[in-house]
Design a protein around this ligand. Structure first.
Ligand code: GTP
Ligand code: MG
Length: 324
């Protein structure tokens, strides 16, 4: 694939060449110079895929469940993209053979595209990149894109926001842990899944989740359903998928899907501008150095952080602009 011009790469992508798709994703992941142009070119082809975020504690069975959800999509003749963000055991790459074997039926299916992104912490902006990787798979013609993340941090929240439907996967044993989880995970789910329901305590867990959801501040006219699954056997997965589709219908019929997508677009533009502003600001000669120098002054309470920020601001914008 290397050595192709951007135009050639795009031509291959458009006819469904998986290697071209992989190459474009790599460019975007690595922040290569051609990335922006490629994304611009692909933009008109995006917006058709439905995006499902799957999140939950480590080991809850997310990957197994994603595999089964993808199979369900395939059974219905839909094309699927899978993105695993920062997986402890990657789907692809061969690093963990076990995962690869488990996913094997999907690996050989040309209508399924699986990508792991194990780059958390590098260069920042990963949440943005995840969205862009989904965008590429969208342009590639996938009907559904399923994103797996271990939750819940700011990044997962960002990803949840970019997903059309967010599935939260919990297990019967989450029991007490749910207290600590509820702040994050109990807010973002649109469909809840009690996986490993072959184990004891699944029904109690379903009830507890239901109770917590009733107390949730804002449900927007959608009461998140709770589904029991056994990802290893596929039990309950069809129902889970149906609930996701029901959520989709709800979003479409209430006009919320386009509202949400507009919000995502707005956020994205703002994020790009903020990134650029930050970059331009700190690249201004002397700004970083001056900031460092002032830290000890602030530490000794000679000046306040606001006064330092004002000073730096003036270095950049001159006198007429004041802090807001
Ligand atoms: N008993 C039982 N085991 C399950 C079920 N689903 C998944 N597992 C097992 O749980 C383990 C973890 O499954 P994964 O799918 O890798 O879980 P994960 O949430 O993706 O894990 P991380 O990505 O590492 O956070 C594996 O050994 C699975 O076989 C289930 O429904 N019942
Ligand atoms: Mg996993």
């Amino acid at each position: 694939m290397s050595g192709l011009t951007t135009k050639e790469l795009l031509e291959r992508f458009r006819v469904g060449d998986r290697r071209a798709c992989a190459q474009i994703i790599s460019f975007v992941e690595n922040g290569a110079p051609e990335a922006t142009l490629l994304l611009d070119e692909l933009y008109p082809m995006m917006g058709r895929a439905y995006r499902i975020g799957v999140t939950g504690p480590p080991g809850a069975g997310k990957s197994t469940l994603v595999e089964k959800l993808a199979m369900e999509c395939r059974r219905q003749g839909k094309k699927v993209g899978i993105v695993a963000v920062d997986p402890s055991s990657p789907f692809s790459g061969g690093a963990v053979l076990g995962d690869r074997v488990r996913m094997s039926s999907l690996f050989t299916d040309p209508e399924v595209y699986i990508r792991s992104m194990a780059t958390r912490g590098s260069l920042g902006g990963l949440a943005g990149r995840t969205k862009e990787v989904c965008d590429i798979l969208d342009a590639f013609g996938k009907d559904f894109i399923i994103v797996e993340t271990v939750g819940v941090g700011q990044m997962e929240l960002d990803i949840a926001e970019a997903a059309d439907s967010t599935v939260v996967v919990l297990v019967p044993e989450s029991g007490d842990a749910i207290q600590t989880l509820k702040a994050g995970l109990m807010e973002i789910g649109e469909v809840y899944c009690v996986n490993k329901s072959d184990r004891e305590g699944a029904d109690r867990m379903v009830m507890e989740i239901g109770t917590m959801l009733e107390m949730r501040a804002k449900n927007d006219g959608w009461m998140p359903p709770v589904v029991k699954t056994v990802a290893t056997t596929g039990k309950g997965v069809e129902e889970l998928f149906n609930k996701i589709l029901a959520h989709r219908r709800y979003l479409e019929e209430s006009n919320r899907l386009s509202e949400r997508r507009r919000k995502v677009i707005r956020n994205e533009i703002e994020r790009i501008i903020e990134e650029r502003l930050r970059e331009v600001f700190y690249h201004q000669p002397g700004v970083r150095k001056r900031l460092e120098e002032m830290v000890s002054d602030v530490e000794q309470r000679k000046v306040s952080p606001y006064q330092v920020a004002d000073m730096l601001w003036k270095m950049y914008f001159g006198n007429e602009q004041r802090r807001v």
